[in-house]
Design a protein around this ligand. Structure first.
Ligand code: ME8
Length: 585
């Protein structure tokens, strides 16, 4: 029998169509978002005029942590770092070292690469701006801006800081005296010397982008994080935004990429350097997959370049803007700004030899507060690592895996009568609080990792480790009689719960301290494929579900988790300073 629909039904059906269409579209876009599991994170590329210092390692460790965290969450992630090798500063440093610029750059670039490899910085691409692939990307990018009429020939007259490779307005400079008492002008922001320059240059129409930049920031309140730096950029945009000089005369600056079509001019080093992020993404060819999921980690000193110039260049070139610009503050040393002239520059390689690689990574991320400057002292590092890694976390693992308490060397069974979901067994109120805290820990850590507040994530983990130690201490399982079956079940339950807590801590700590976490998880017998975010499932037996670890043999004992540090670790005779300049090695 055939069914006909009447006019009314037909109309009703038609009126539903837009909603159905919208619903289908919405489903498709959430589907796309859900499937969109790519992530691209970058560090600044570092100048090669001097050896790496603590601040450079800090930026790299933050980016490495974000990259590892995304991998654990099942993302495909790219992580780029590298070196910034062109510009007047490098040209002068190479001259002073009596080396040809490329040899000089290669030497120092290798030092950065060596530091990063030693500290388990798991970059997937190491870019050098002297590479051919980068030159092609910069030339292409320049031509796009040129063809759109966004670059014009003009002349620049004003202040320039070679140290910062930055142009400054008269309001951004002040008077100062140099070391010989001579009057000079310096940048208000960095304190570096500035010089007056007058040159024929190519100019970029930066002034035309003010309102688009404001729209971007207002429409994306988390584009620049933490919030105070977003406010700082909005403030910058209230000030005068003159067009930007984007080239230098070749006779002044030879060490750089020539302007396409005008060999008398060299491309400004910041335009050259910023394009590195695109080069790694594959620009100008297949860059879309990575470029649309780009996130930058930078120090506060280079905020203007990344949150004003870079987005303006990208808008000009018709490319998407970075998803997030994560900004961190600076490290001072014993209360003073790190500086070559003061001679207090901390060598991160030496530190990681003294305190271990994981020790330094943990310290930097636990003490580093992105919003404000932090102070470095050897003593602080030692105290923190001894308290949190050696005593608290290491002590907990040691207690629960010691043969006296765990003679069978297994992940023991959980007994739901001893630790029922409703109070009543041997567990007490505080134990239930601890379970709640550990259960919600992954979400807490995730939130803080996502906003680059690693110190808050570590604070939360550390508090939970203390609670688990308190749990063990409260119930003194070593005093229970292993021959009594009830006592034995309760003892096993205490150890099972503690090992479950340790498994969660070890999994969540992988992005911060990969070696120590690996040691911890291996000791618990957790296999590599059981270490992802999706495998966290804390204490499933308590939920009445199976636990894959119950009854499983522990992994081999490869010694203490983190060895306590003593004064012997800090070689007091040896100042931890980097070489005054790259050539003094
Ligand atoms: O600016 N504390 O390179 P750079 C913490 N080549 N981090 C610090 C720091 C400190 N005291 N000092 C520096 C450049 N940093 C450009 C970047 S990107 C397209 C070009 C970190 O060798 C911080 O991340 O001077 C800062 O932004 C970066 O090192 C600057 O390194």
């Amino acid at each position: 029998m055939r069914h006909f629909i009447g006019l009314r039904e037909h109309r009703q059906l038609l009126s539903l169509l837009p909603a159905l269409f919208k619903h289908a579209l919405r489903r498709r876009s959430t589907q796309l978002c859900r499937d969109d599991r790519s992530y691209y994170i970058t560090t600044p590329i570092f100048y090669v005029n001097a050896s790496p210092h603590l601040g450079h390692l800090y930026s790299a460790v933050i980016a490495d942590c974000l990259h590892r965290y995304k991998l654990l969450q099942g993302f495909k992630s790219q992580f780029a770092t590298g070196t910034d090798e062109h510009g007047l500063k490098i040209q002068q440093a190479a001259e002073a070292a009596g080396k040809d610029p490329l040899t000089f750059c290669t030497d120092v670039s290798e030092r950065f690469r060596h530091l990063f490899s030693s500290c388990n910085i798991s970059y997937t691409d190491y870019i050098r701006t002297t590479q051919q692939r980068h030159r092609q990307a910069v030339e292409h990018f320049w031509s796009v801006l040129w063809n759109k009429g966004l670059i014009y020939k003009g002349s620049y007259e004003g202040w320039y800081s070679t140290q910062d490779e930055s142009f400054l307005t008269p309001l951004q400079v002040s008077d100062a005296l140099d070391s010989s008492g001579k009057e000079i002008k310096v940048s208000l922001e960095s304190g570096h010397k500035v010089e007056w320059m007058k040159e024929e240059n190519y100019m970029f129409r930066l002034s035309a982008f003010r309102s688009q930049l404001l729209d971007w920031l207002r429409g994306n309140p988390h584009a620049v994080q933490p919030e105070r730096f977003q406010q700082a950029v909005l403030q910058l945009l209230q000030e005068d935004l003159p067009d930007l000089s984007v080239s230098r005369q070749r006779n002044r600056l030879q060490w750089g990429i020539p302007v396409p079509g005008d060999p008398e001019q060299t491309i400004y080093v910041w335009l050259d350097a910023l394009v590195n992020y695109l080069t790694v993404a594959g620009y100008p060819h297949e860059h879309d997959q990575w470029w649309r999921v780009a996130h930058h980690v930078i120090g506060k000193d280079i905020l203007k370049f990344h949150a004003v110039y870079w987005p303006a260049f990208l808008l000009g070139a018709g490319l998407p803007l970075p998803k997030t610009i994560y900004v961190h503050s600076h490290w001072t040393v014993e209360g003073k700004k790190m500086s070559k002239s003061v001679g207090n520059v901390v060598d991160p390689l030496e530190c990681s030899q003294m305190f271990t690689t994981d020790g330094m990574r943990y310290f930097l991320l636990r003490q580093g507060v992105p919003d404000s400057d932090c102070d470095y002292t050897d003593n602080k590092v030692m105290k923190l690592l001894n308290a949190e890694l050696a005593d608290s976390l290491g002590g907990l693992l040691n207690r629960c895996t010691a043969p006296a308490l765990n003679p069978a060397q297994v992940y023991p069974c959980f007994c739901p009568q001893s630790f029922p979901r409703e109070q009543g067994g041997r567990a007490v109120e505080e134990d239930y609080h601890m379970l709640e805290a550990v259960k919600s820990l992954p979400a807490v850590v995730e939130k803080h990792y996502e906003s680059m507040h690693m110190y808050k994530a570590l604070e939360a983990i550390s508090a939970c480790v203390r609670q688990t130690n308190g749990f063990v201490q409260r119930h003194t399982p070593w005093k229970l009689d292993q021959r009594d079956s009830k006592d034995k079940r309760w003892q096993d339950t205490i150890v099972h719960v503690s090992l479950e807590c340790l498994r969660i801590y070890g999994t969540l700590l992988q992005p911060i301290i990969p070696e120590t976490s690996n040691k911890l998880l291996s000791r618990l017998g957790v296999q590599p494929e059981e270490r992802s975010w999706a495998a966290l499932n804390f204490l499933s037996r308590y939920q009445g579900l199976d636990c894959p670890f119950e009854g499983r043999a522990l992994g081999v004992d490869s010694g203490v988790l983190f060895t306590r540090l003593g004064t012997q670790n800090v070689d007091k005779e040896k100042p931890k300073k980097t070489k005054k300049s790259a050539n003094s090695k």
